[in-house]
Design a protein around this ligand. Structure first.
Ligand SMILES: C[S@@+](CC[C@H](N)C(=O)[O-])C[C@H]1O[C@@H](n2cnc3c(N)ncnc32)[C@H](O)[C@@H]1O
Length: 497
Protein backbone atom coordinates (compact mmCIF):
# COMPACT_ATOMS: atom_id res chain seq x y z
CA UNK A 1 0.00 0.00 0.00
CA UNK A 2 1.51 3.34 -1.05
CA UNK A 3 1.32 6.67 0.72
CA UNK A 4 -1.48 8.79 -0.71
CA UNK A 5 -0.16 11.67 -2.79
CA UNK A 6 -1.90 15.03 -2.55
CA UNK A 7 -4.28 16.08 -5.31
CA UNK A 8 -1.91 18.90 -6.26
CA UNK A 9 0.98 16.45 -6.62
CA UNK A 10 -1.17 14.03 -8.65
CA UNK A 11 -2.31 16.86 -10.93
CA UNK A 12 1.28 17.89 -11.49
CA UNK A 13 2.29 14.30 -12.29
CA UNK A 14 -0.51 13.75 -14.78
CA UNK A 15 0.32 16.98 -16.63
CA UNK A 16 3.90 15.74 -17.04
CA UNK A 17 2.65 12.31 -18.07
CA UNK A 18 0.28 13.65 -20.75
CA UNK A 19 3.04 15.82 -22.15
CA UNK A 20 5.33 12.79 -22.29
CA UNK A 21 2.71 11.21 -24.60
CA UNK A 22 2.92 14.30 -26.84
CA UNK A 23 -0.54 15.54 -25.80
CA UNK A 24 -1.24 19.28 -25.84
CA UNK A 25 -3.86 21.27 -24.00
CA UNK A 26 -6.11 23.51 -26.13
CA UNK A 27 -8.68 25.87 -24.66
CA UNK A 28 -10.02 26.97 -27.99
CA UNK A 29 -11.63 24.80 -30.67
CA UNK A 30 -10.33 26.89 -33.58
CA UNK A 31 -6.73 26.68 -32.30
CA UNK A 32 -7.00 22.94 -31.86
CA UNK A 33 -8.37 22.29 -35.36
CA UNK A 34 -5.79 24.61 -36.92
CA UNK A 35 -3.09 22.53 -35.18
CA UNK A 36 -4.77 19.30 -36.30
CA UNK A 37 -4.80 20.47 -39.96
CA UNK A 38 -1.20 21.56 -39.65
CA UNK A 39 0.13 18.36 -38.08
CA UNK A 40 -1.87 15.64 -39.82
CA UNK A 41 -1.40 14.81 -43.47
CA UNK A 42 -4.45 15.24 -45.76
CA UNK A 43 -4.50 11.42 -46.12
CA UNK A 44 -4.61 10.87 -42.35
CA UNK A 45 -7.31 13.51 -41.96
CA UNK A 46 -9.46 12.04 -44.68
CA UNK A 47 -9.07 8.46 -43.32
CA UNK A 48 -10.06 9.73 -39.87
CA UNK A 49 -13.13 11.59 -41.11
CA UNK A 50 -14.22 8.59 -43.18
CA UNK A 51 -13.90 6.24 -40.21
CA UNK A 52 -15.72 8.62 -37.87
CA UNK A 53 -18.62 8.70 -40.34
CA UNK A 54 -18.46 4.93 -40.91
CA UNK A 55 -18.57 4.33 -37.16
CA UNK A 56 -21.58 6.65 -36.78
CA UNK A 57 -23.49 4.74 -39.48
CA UNK A 58 -23.49 1.73 -37.13
CA UNK A 59 -23.81 -0.86 -39.87
CA UNK A 60 -20.45 -2.60 -39.40
CA UNK A 61 -19.72 -3.89 -35.86
CA UNK A 62 -15.96 -3.81 -36.61
CA UNK A 63 -16.04 -0.06 -37.43
CA UNK A 64 -15.26 0.82 -33.81
CA UNK A 65 -12.17 -1.41 -33.80
CA UNK A 66 -11.03 0.06 -37.14
CA UNK A 67 -11.42 3.55 -35.70
CA UNK A 68 -9.34 2.81 -32.57
CA UNK A 69 -6.74 0.98 -34.69
CA UNK A 70 -6.28 4.10 -36.80
CA UNK A 71 -6.28 6.34 -33.70
CA UNK A 72 -3.27 4.36 -32.41
CA UNK A 73 -1.15 5.43 -35.41
CA UNK A 74 1.93 7.25 -34.06
CA UNK A 75 1.15 10.48 -35.99
CA UNK A 76 -2.55 10.54 -35.20
CA UNK A 77 -2.43 9.44 -31.55
CA UNK A 78 -1.19 12.66 -29.91
CA UNK A 79 -3.40 14.84 -32.07
CA UNK A 80 -6.61 12.92 -31.56
CA UNK A 81 -6.07 12.21 -27.88
CA UNK A 82 -5.17 15.86 -27.15
CA UNK A 83 -8.91 16.53 -27.51
CA UNK A 84 -9.34 14.50 -24.31
CA UNK A 85 -6.50 16.17 -22.39
CA UNK A 86 -8.69 17.45 -19.55
CA UNK A 87 -10.64 14.20 -19.43
CA UNK A 88 -7.37 12.32 -18.79
CA UNK A 89 -6.27 14.92 -16.26
CA UNK A 90 -9.56 14.75 -14.28
CA UNK A 91 -10.23 11.03 -14.45
CA UNK A 92 -6.58 10.00 -14.13
CA UNK A 93 -6.25 11.82 -10.82
CA UNK A 94 -9.68 10.83 -9.48
CA UNK A 95 -9.00 7.13 -10.12
CA UNK A 96 -5.41 7.32 -8.82
CA UNK A 97 -6.86 8.51 -5.50
CA UNK A 98 -8.83 5.25 -5.33
CA UNK A 99 -5.94 2.87 -6.08
CA UNK A 100 -3.84 3.27 -2.95
CA UNK A 101 -5.16 0.13 -1.29
CA UNK A 102 -5.23 -2.34 -4.20
CA UNK A 103 -2.73 -4.89 -5.60
CA UNK A 104 -3.91 -6.12 -9.03
CA UNK A 105 -5.71 -3.83 -11.44
CA UNK A 106 -7.43 -4.73 -14.70
CA UNK A 107 -8.00 -1.72 -16.99
CA UNK A 108 -10.83 -2.78 -19.28
CA UNK A 109 -10.86 -1.03 -22.69
CA UNK A 110 -7.55 0.64 -21.91
CA UNK A 111 -7.09 2.00 -25.46
CA UNK A 112 -3.47 3.03 -26.09
CA UNK A 113 -2.85 2.93 -22.32
CA UNK A 114 -2.47 6.63 -21.59
CA UNK A 115 -4.12 6.28 -18.18
CA UNK A 116 -2.86 2.75 -17.46
CA UNK A 117 0.76 3.83 -17.89
CA UNK A 118 0.13 6.84 -15.64
CA UNK A 119 -1.18 4.69 -12.80
CA UNK A 120 1.52 2.04 -13.32
CA UNK A 121 4.27 4.66 -13.04
CA UNK A 122 2.65 6.10 -9.88
CA UNK A 123 2.23 2.72 -8.20
CA UNK A 124 5.23 0.45 -8.91
CA UNK A 125 3.94 -2.12 -6.35
CA UNK A 126 0.60 -2.62 -8.08
CA UNK A 127 0.36 -5.08 -10.98
CA UNK A 128 -1.58 -3.69 -13.98
CA UNK A 129 -3.14 -5.50 -16.91
CA UNK A 130 -4.65 -3.42 -19.72
CA UNK A 131 -6.95 -5.11 -22.22
CA UNK A 132 -8.50 -3.76 -25.40
CA UNK A 133 -10.04 -5.23 -28.54
CA UNK A 134 -8.09 -2.85 -30.82
CA UNK A 135 -4.84 -4.70 -31.63
CA UNK A 136 -3.12 -1.51 -32.84
CA UNK A 137 -3.98 0.25 -29.57
CA UNK A 138 -2.48 -2.67 -27.63
CA UNK A 139 0.64 -2.54 -29.80
CA UNK A 140 1.03 1.21 -29.15
CA UNK A 141 0.46 0.62 -25.41
CA UNK A 142 3.01 -2.22 -25.26
CA UNK A 143 5.64 -0.07 -27.00
CA UNK A 144 5.28 2.44 -24.19
CA UNK A 145 5.95 -0.21 -21.54
CA UNK A 146 9.50 -0.80 -22.75
CA UNK A 147 10.00 2.85 -23.66
CA UNK A 148 9.10 3.89 -20.09
CA UNK A 149 10.88 0.98 -18.41
CA UNK A 150 7.71 -0.11 -16.61
CA UNK A 151 7.90 -3.56 -14.99
CA UNK A 152 4.46 -3.75 -13.42
CA UNK A 153 2.23 -3.60 -16.49
CA UNK A 154 1.12 -5.86 -19.37
CA UNK A 155 -1.23 -5.21 -22.27
CA UNK A 156 -3.27 -7.87 -24.06
CA UNK A 157 -5.61 -7.74 -27.01
CA UNK A 158 -8.91 -9.17 -25.74
CA UNK A 159 -12.51 -8.58 -26.59
CA UNK A 160 -14.89 -8.90 -23.66
CA UNK A 161 -16.99 -11.06 -23.38
CA UNK A 162 -15.87 -13.15 -26.39
CA UNK A 163 -12.21 -13.86 -25.58
CA UNK A 164 -11.49 -16.25 -22.74
CA UNK A 165 -9.60 -14.73 -19.84
CA UNK A 166 -8.36 -16.03 -16.54
CA UNK A 167 -6.95 -14.35 -13.44
CA UNK A 168 -8.40 -12.42 -10.56
CA UNK A 169 -8.03 -8.73 -9.89
CA UNK A 170 -8.92 -6.81 -6.80
CA UNK A 171 -9.70 -3.71 -8.84
CA UNK A 172 -11.31 -3.38 -12.26
CA UNK A 173 -11.18 0.02 -13.90
CA UNK A 174 -13.16 1.18 -16.91
CA UNK A 175 -13.12 4.66 -18.41
CA UNK A 176 -15.52 5.26 -21.31
CA UNK A 177 -15.35 1.60 -22.31
CA UNK A 178 -18.10 -0.37 -20.57
CA UNK A 179 -21.07 1.64 -21.85
CA UNK A 180 -20.15 2.30 -25.46
CA UNK A 181 -23.64 2.49 -27.01
CA UNK A 182 -23.46 6.28 -27.10
CA UNK A 183 -26.76 6.86 -28.81
CA UNK A 184 -28.67 4.71 -26.31
CA UNK A 185 -30.78 6.84 -23.96
CA UNK A 186 -30.89 3.91 -21.51
CA UNK A 187 -34.08 3.45 -19.49
CA UNK A 188 -37.05 5.66 -20.19
CA UNK A 189 -39.19 7.01 -17.34
CA UNK A 190 -42.50 5.38 -16.39
CA UNK A 191 -44.46 8.24 -17.97
CA UNK A 192 -43.96 11.75 -19.34
CA UNK A 193 -44.83 13.40 -16.00
CA UNK A 194 -42.29 11.61 -13.83
CA UNK A 195 -38.53 11.09 -13.76
CA UNK A 196 -38.99 7.77 -11.92
CA UNK A 197 -38.32 4.51 -13.76
CA UNK A 198 -40.65 1.60 -13.12
CA UNK A 199 -39.06 -1.55 -11.72
CA UNK A 200 -39.47 -3.66 -14.82
CA UNK A 201 -36.79 -6.34 -14.85
CA UNK A 202 -37.73 -7.56 -18.35
CA UNK A 203 -37.14 -4.03 -19.70
CA UNK A 204 -33.85 -3.73 -17.79
CA UNK A 205 -32.66 -7.03 -19.25
CA UNK A 206 -33.72 -6.05 -22.76
CA UNK A 207 -31.76 -2.76 -22.61
CA UNK A 208 -28.73 -4.46 -21.00
CA UNK A 209 -28.78 -6.91 -23.89
CA UNK A 210 -29.34 -4.32 -26.61
CA UNK A 211 -26.43 -2.20 -25.35
CA UNK A 212 -24.21 -5.22 -24.54
CA UNK A 213 -23.58 -3.78 -21.08
CA UNK A 214 -24.95 -6.83 -19.19
CA UNK A 215 -22.65 -9.43 -20.73
CA UNK A 216 -19.62 -7.17 -20.35
CA UNK A 217 -20.36 -6.62 -16.65
CA UNK A 218 -20.85 -10.38 -16.14
CA UNK A 219 -17.53 -11.16 -17.83
CA UNK A 220 -15.74 -8.55 -15.70
CA UNK A 221 -17.38 -9.86 -12.51
CA UNK A 222 -15.81 -13.24 -13.31
CA UNK A 223 -12.37 -11.58 -13.30
CA UNK A 224 -12.83 -9.75 -10.00
CA UNK A 225 -12.02 -11.18 -6.57
CA UNK A 226 -15.07 -11.41 -4.25
CA UNK A 227 -13.64 -8.65 -2.08
CA UNK A 228 -12.52 -6.50 -5.00
CA UNK A 229 -13.94 -3.24 -6.34
CA UNK A 230 -14.79 -1.65 -9.66
CA UNK A 231 -13.90 1.95 -10.42
CA UNK A 232 -15.87 3.27 -13.36
CA UNK A 233 -16.25 6.48 -15.26
CA UNK A 234 -18.75 6.10 -18.08
CA UNK A 235 -20.81 8.57 -20.08
CA UNK A 236 -23.81 8.37 -17.79
CA UNK A 237 -24.76 11.91 -16.78
CA UNK A 238 -28.07 11.42 -18.62
CA UNK A 239 -30.53 9.98 -16.09
CA UNK A 240 -31.76 7.15 -18.36
CA UNK A 241 -28.19 5.94 -18.94
CA UNK A 242 -27.22 6.43 -15.31
CA UNK A 243 -30.14 4.34 -14.06
CA UNK A 244 -29.49 1.58 -16.59
CA UNK A 245 -25.89 1.29 -15.37
CA UNK A 246 -26.81 1.56 -11.67
CA UNK A 247 -29.57 -1.02 -11.90
CA UNK A 248 -27.32 -3.36 -13.87
CA UNK A 249 -24.86 -3.27 -10.96
CA UNK A 250 -27.55 -3.32 -8.27
CA UNK A 251 -28.99 -6.48 -9.88
CA UNK A 252 -25.55 -8.08 -9.43
CA UNK A 253 -25.47 -6.95 -5.80
CA UNK A 254 -22.98 -4.14 -6.21
CA UNK A 255 -23.25 -0.94 -4.18
CA UNK A 256 -21.27 2.30 -4.06
CA UNK A 257 -18.62 2.39 -1.33
CA UNK A 258 -18.21 6.15 -1.75
CA UNK A 259 -20.50 8.89 -3.03
CA UNK A 260 -20.47 8.80 -6.85
CA UNK A 261 -18.72 11.97 -7.95
CA UNK A 262 -19.82 14.03 -10.93
CA UNK A 263 -17.18 15.18 -13.36
CA UNK A 264 -16.98 18.33 -15.45
CA UNK A 265 -14.12 19.50 -17.65
CA UNK A 266 -13.38 21.57 -20.68
CA UNK A 267 -12.82 19.67 -23.92
CA UNK A 268 -11.20 22.00 -26.45
CA UNK A 269 -13.40 24.92 -25.43
CA UNK A 270 -16.57 22.87 -24.83
CA UNK A 271 -17.76 22.23 -21.27
CA UNK A 272 -18.43 18.50 -20.82
CA UNK A 273 -20.47 16.86 -18.06
CA UNK A 274 -19.22 13.36 -17.47
CA UNK A 275 -19.35 10.48 -15.00
CA UNK A 276 -20.37 9.99 -12.32
CA UNK A 277 -17.23 8.23 -11.14
CA UNK A 278 -18.33 5.12 -9.27
CA UNK A 279 -16.41 3.04 -6.77
CA UNK A 280 -18.40 -0.17 -6.36
CA UNK A 281 -18.08 -3.25 -4.18
CA UNK A 282 -20.16 -6.35 -3.70
CA UNK A 283 -22.73 -6.19 -0.92
CA UNK A 284 -21.32 -7.16 2.48
CA UNK A 285 -17.69 -6.26 1.67
CA UNK A 286 -17.61 -2.74 3.03
CA UNK A 287 -20.04 -0.28 4.52
CA UNK A 288 -21.98 0.44 1.37
CA UNK A 289 -24.16 3.38 0.38
CA UNK A 290 -27.64 3.28 -1.14
CA UNK A 291 -28.16 3.84 -4.85
CA UNK A 292 -29.82 7.16 -5.67
CA UNK A 293 -32.14 7.51 -8.62
CA UNK A 294 -33.18 11.16 -8.43
CA UNK A 295 -32.48 13.43 -11.38
CA UNK A 296 -29.53 15.73 -10.92
CA UNK A 297 -30.72 19.15 -9.77
CA UNK A 298 -28.36 21.98 -10.60
CA UNK A 299 -28.67 24.96 -8.33
CA UNK A 300 -30.17 27.91 -10.16
CA UNK A 301 -31.32 25.91 -13.18
CA UNK A 302 -34.90 27.12 -12.82
CA UNK A 303 -33.92 30.82 -12.98
CA UNK A 304 -34.98 33.10 -15.82
CA UNK A 305 -34.24 36.79 -16.13
CA UNK A 306 -35.84 39.53 -18.12
CA UNK A 307 -35.82 43.31 -18.14
CA UNK A 308 -37.56 46.30 -19.72
CA UNK A 309 -41.25 46.12 -20.67
CA UNK A 310 -41.39 42.32 -20.24
CA UNK A 311 -40.22 42.67 -16.65
CA UNK A 312 -42.62 45.58 -16.03
CA UNK A 313 -45.60 43.56 -17.35
CA UNK A 314 -44.51 40.57 -15.35
CA UNK A 315 -44.29 42.56 -12.13
CA UNK A 316 -47.84 43.80 -12.74
CA UNK A 317 -49.03 40.25 -13.48
CA UNK A 318 -47.42 38.90 -10.31
CA UNK A 319 -48.79 41.86 -8.39
CA UNK A 320 -45.36 42.73 -7.05
CA UNK A 321 -46.35 45.47 -4.66
CA UNK A 322 -44.91 46.33 -1.34
CA UNK A 323 -46.50 44.32 1.45
CA UNK A 324 -48.83 42.30 -0.80
CA UNK A 325 -50.40 39.61 1.34
CA UNK A 326 -50.30 36.97 -1.38
CA UNK A 327 -46.53 36.80 -1.00
CA UNK A 328 -45.00 34.30 1.41
CA UNK A 329 -41.60 35.94 1.61
CA UNK A 330 -41.06 39.64 1.40
CA UNK A 331 -37.93 41.70 1.33
CA UNK A 332 -38.34 45.32 0.40
CA UNK A 333 -35.52 47.77 0.38
CA UNK A 334 -35.01 51.19 -1.10
CA UNK A 335 -31.41 52.19 -1.78
CA UNK A 336 -31.14 55.63 -3.30
CA UNK A 337 -32.82 55.38 -6.68
CA UNK A 338 -33.25 51.55 -6.51
CA UNK A 339 -36.16 49.56 -5.10
CA UNK A 340 -35.52 45.87 -4.45
CA UNK A 341 -38.17 43.28 -3.77
CA UNK A 342 -38.14 39.54 -3.27
CA UNK A 343 -41.16 37.30 -2.88
CA UNK A 344 -42.91 34.08 -3.70
CA UNK A 345 -45.93 34.30 -5.91
CA UNK A 346 -48.77 31.98 -4.89
CA UNK A 347 -46.36 29.28 -3.65
CA UNK A 348 -45.32 28.73 -7.29
CA UNK A 349 -42.71 31.22 -8.46
CA UNK A 350 -39.92 32.89 -6.54
CA UNK A 351 -39.02 36.33 -7.83
CA UNK A 352 -36.52 39.10 -7.35
CA UNK A 353 -37.54 42.48 -8.69
CA UNK A 354 -35.50 45.67 -9.16
CA UNK A 355 -36.68 49.07 -10.32
CA UNK A 356 -34.85 52.33 -10.54
CA UNK A 357 -36.19 55.85 -10.72
CA UNK A 358 -34.48 56.07 -14.12
CA UNK A 359 -37.07 53.57 -15.40
CA UNK A 360 -35.10 50.29 -15.33
CA UNK A 361 -37.09 47.12 -14.53
CA UNK A 362 -35.36 43.79 -13.90
CA UNK A 363 -36.89 40.47 -12.90
CA UNK A 364 -35.35 37.15 -11.88
CA UNK A 365 -37.89 34.35 -11.69
CA UNK A 366 -37.58 30.70 -10.70
CA UNK A 367 -38.90 27.75 -8.77
CA UNK A 368 -39.41 27.96 -5.01
CA UNK A 369 -36.43 25.57 -4.66
CA UNK A 370 -34.16 28.29 -6.11
CA UNK A 371 -35.70 31.06 -3.95
CA UNK A 372 -32.67 31.06 -1.64
CA UNK A 373 -30.40 32.07 -4.54
CA UNK A 374 -32.61 35.07 -5.27
CA UNK A 375 -32.87 35.97 -1.57
CA UNK A 376 -29.06 35.75 -1.20
CA UNK A 377 -28.44 38.00 -4.21
CA UNK A 378 -31.03 40.56 -3.12
CA UNK A 379 -29.72 40.50 0.45
CA UNK A 380 -26.25 41.24 -0.94
CA UNK A 381 -27.72 44.13 -2.98
CA UNK A 382 -29.36 45.44 0.18
CA UNK A 383 -25.94 45.72 1.82
CA UNK A 384 -24.37 47.63 -1.10
CA UNK A 385 -24.12 51.28 -1.90
CA UNK A 386 -26.40 52.64 -4.61
CA UNK A 387 -23.62 52.76 -7.19
CA UNK A 388 -22.66 49.13 -6.49
CA UNK A 389 -26.27 48.03 -6.88
CA UNK A 390 -26.46 49.85 -10.21
CA UNK A 391 -23.26 48.13 -11.32
CA UNK A 392 -24.62 44.70 -10.29
CA UNK A 393 -27.85 45.39 -12.17
CA UNK A 394 -25.74 46.07 -15.21
CA UNK A 395 -23.87 42.77 -14.72
CA UNK A 396 -27.06 40.67 -14.36
CA UNK A 397 -29.27 42.22 -17.02
CA UNK A 398 -26.77 44.16 -19.12
CA UNK A 399 -28.22 47.14 -20.92
CA UNK A 400 -29.17 45.29 -24.03
CA UNK A 401 -32.59 46.02 -25.37
CA UNK A 402 -33.88 42.72 -26.69
CA UNK A 403 -33.62 42.60 -30.49
CA UNK A 404 -37.02 43.59 -31.87
CA UNK A 405 -39.02 40.52 -32.80
CA UNK A 406 -42.57 39.75 -33.96
CA UNK A 407 -42.80 37.15 -31.21
CA UNK A 408 -43.55 38.18 -27.63
CA UNK A 409 -40.78 37.74 -25.07
CA UNK A 410 -41.86 34.99 -22.67
CA UNK A 411 -42.61 35.92 -19.08
CA UNK A 412 -40.78 32.71 -18.14
CA UNK A 413 -39.01 30.00 -20.09
CA UNK A 414 -37.15 26.87 -19.02
CA UNK A 415 -35.73 23.91 -20.92
CA UNK A 416 -34.40 21.84 -18.03
CA UNK A 417 -35.90 19.35 -15.60
CA UNK A 418 -36.78 22.37 -13.42
CA UNK A 419 -39.61 23.11 -15.88
CA UNK A 420 -41.59 20.22 -14.38
CA UNK A 421 -41.34 21.66 -10.87
CA UNK A 422 -42.51 25.11 -11.97
CA UNK A 423 -45.29 23.68 -14.17
CA UNK A 424 -46.64 21.41 -11.45
CA UNK A 425 -46.65 24.30 -8.92
CA UNK A 426 -48.58 26.69 -11.21
CA UNK A 427 -51.77 27.70 -9.33
CA UNK A 428 -55.26 26.96 -10.70
CA UNK A 429 -53.83 25.28 -13.78
CA UNK A 430 -56.49 24.71 -16.42
CA UNK A 431 -55.69 22.77 -19.57
CA UNK A 432 -57.11 24.17 -22.78
CA UNK A 433 -55.68 21.63 -25.22
CA UNK A 434 -53.39 18.64 -24.77
CA UNK A 435 -52.07 15.67 -26.67
CA UNK A 436 -50.04 12.66 -25.57
CA UNK A 437 -48.25 10.33 -27.98
CA UNK A 438 -47.46 6.76 -26.88
CA UNK A 439 -45.06 4.40 -28.62
CA UNK A 440 -45.50 0.64 -28.38
CA UNK A 441 -42.33 0.30 -26.27
CA UNK A 442 -43.72 2.57 -23.53
CA UNK A 443 -42.08 5.83 -24.62
CA UNK A 444 -44.40 8.82 -24.43
CA UNK A 445 -44.42 12.51 -25.26
CA UNK A 446 -46.90 15.13 -24.11
CA UNK A 447 -47.73 18.71 -25.00
CA UNK A 448 -50.31 20.97 -23.39
CA UNK A 449 -51.63 24.49 -23.68
CA UNK A 450 -53.09 25.89 -20.48
CA UNK A 451 -53.84 28.85 -18.27
CA UNK A 452 -52.67 29.69 -14.77
CA UNK A 453 -53.57 33.02 -13.13
CA UNK A 454 -52.50 35.84 -15.45
CA UNK A 455 -50.49 33.49 -17.70
CA UNK A 456 -51.00 31.20 -20.65
CA UNK A 457 -48.44 28.42 -20.94
CA UNK A 458 -47.13 25.62 -23.12
CA UNK A 459 -45.64 22.59 -21.42
CA UNK A 460 -43.85 19.83 -23.25
CA UNK A 461 -42.44 16.64 -21.67
CA UNK A 462 -41.29 13.17 -22.65
CA UNK A 463 -40.11 9.93 -21.07
CA UNK A 464 -36.42 10.82 -21.62
CA UNK A 465 -36.51 13.60 -19.03
CA UNK A 466 -36.79 16.42 -21.56
CA UNK A 467 -38.99 19.25 -20.39
CA UNK A 468 -39.91 22.72 -21.67
CA UNK A 469 -42.15 25.36 -20.16
CA UNK A 470 -43.05 28.73 -21.58
CA UNK A 471 -45.32 31.28 -19.90
CA UNK A 472 -46.61 34.38 -21.65
CA UNK A 473 -48.99 36.95 -20.27
CA UNK A 474 -52.54 36.37 -21.39
CA UNK A 475 -52.42 39.25 -23.90
CA UNK A 476 -50.47 36.82 -26.12
CA UNK A 477 -52.94 33.92 -25.98
CA UNK A 478 -53.48 33.76 -29.74
CA UNK A 479 -49.77 33.75 -30.45
CA UNK A 480 -49.18 30.89 -27.99
CA UNK A 481 -52.15 28.88 -29.32
CA UNK A 482 -50.70 29.18 -32.85
CA UNK A 483 -47.31 28.11 -31.52
CA UNK A 484 -48.93 25.12 -29.79
CA UNK A 485 -50.57 23.98 -33.04
CA UNK A 486 -47.33 24.38 -34.97
CA UNK A 487 -45.43 22.29 -32.37
CA UNK A 488 -48.17 19.66 -32.39
CA UNK A 489 -48.02 19.37 -36.17
CA UNK A 490 -44.25 18.91 -35.96
CA UNK A 491 -44.65 16.16 -33.35
CA UNK A 492 -47.31 14.40 -35.43
CA UNK A 493 -45.13 14.47 -38.53
CA UNK A 494 -41.98 13.15 -36.79
CA UNK A 495 -41.79 9.37 -37.18
CA UNK A 496 -40.35 8.82 -33.72
CA UNK A 497 -38.99 10.80 -30.78
C1 LIG B 1 -13.39 5.63 -25.65
S1 LIG B 1 -12.08 4.47 -25.66
C2 LIG B 1 -11.48 4.66 -24.03
C3 LIG B 1 -10.07 4.25 -23.88
C4 LIG B 1 -9.48 4.45 -22.49
N1 LIG B 1 -10.18 3.72 -21.48
C5 LIG B 1 -9.46 5.93 -22.16
O1 LIG B 1 -10.19 6.34 -21.25
O2 LIG B 1 -8.76 6.67 -22.82
C6 LIG B 1 -12.94 2.91 -25.57
C7 LIG B 1 -12.02 1.74 -25.69
O3 LIG B 1 -12.71 0.56 -25.30
C8 LIG B 1 -12.36 -0.47 -26.17
N2 LIG B 1 -13.44 -1.48 -26.13
C9 LIG B 1 -14.75 -1.26 -26.38
N3 LIG B 1 -15.45 -2.39 -26.22
C10 LIG B 1 -14.57 -3.34 -25.85
C11 LIG B 1 -14.70 -4.73 -25.54
N4 LIG B 1 -15.88 -5.32 -25.60
N5 LIG B 1 -13.60 -5.42 -25.19
C12 LIG B 1 -12.39 -4.80 -25.14
N6 LIG B 1 -12.21 -3.50 -25.45
C13 LIG B 1 -13.28 -2.77 -25.78
C14 LIG B 1 -12.20 0.22 -27.52
O4 LIG B 1 -11.42 -0.53 -28.43
C15 LIG B 1 -11.55 1.52 -27.11
O5 LIG B 1 -10.15 1.45 -27.12
Amino acid sequence: MGTPLSRVELSHRIEQHLQSWGLKLFKDEADYFAWQRNVLSPTDLSSLHQLIQYRQDQTDPTADIQFYDLAANADILPVLYSQRYNFFAEVGVAIAQRLFTVRRVLDFGCGVGILTTFWASLFPDIEFLGIDRSSHSIEAASNQVSHRGLRNIRFECRQIPYDAMTGTHDCIVSTHALFQAEDSPGLSSADWNTFARSHDSARQLAVEEATGIGERIDALCGLMSPTGKMVLCEKTRHLGRRLLLQRAFARREFYPMSTPSLLGYDMVGVQVEDGPLYELVRQGQERTLAWHEEPEWKEGQSLYDCSGDTAAHLSAALNVVQGAMSHDVQLNQVIGSCTLQVGIWRKALAYGWVTTTAGFHGMLLGSVRDASIIVQSWTRFAQMSESDVLESIQQIWGNEDPTPSQDPIPAYENHTIAAQEVWSALPDRSIQEEQTFHESDGRAMHIELGRSGPFTYIYWANTYDQRQLMLVDSGHDDWLAAYYHESLAEMQSSAHF
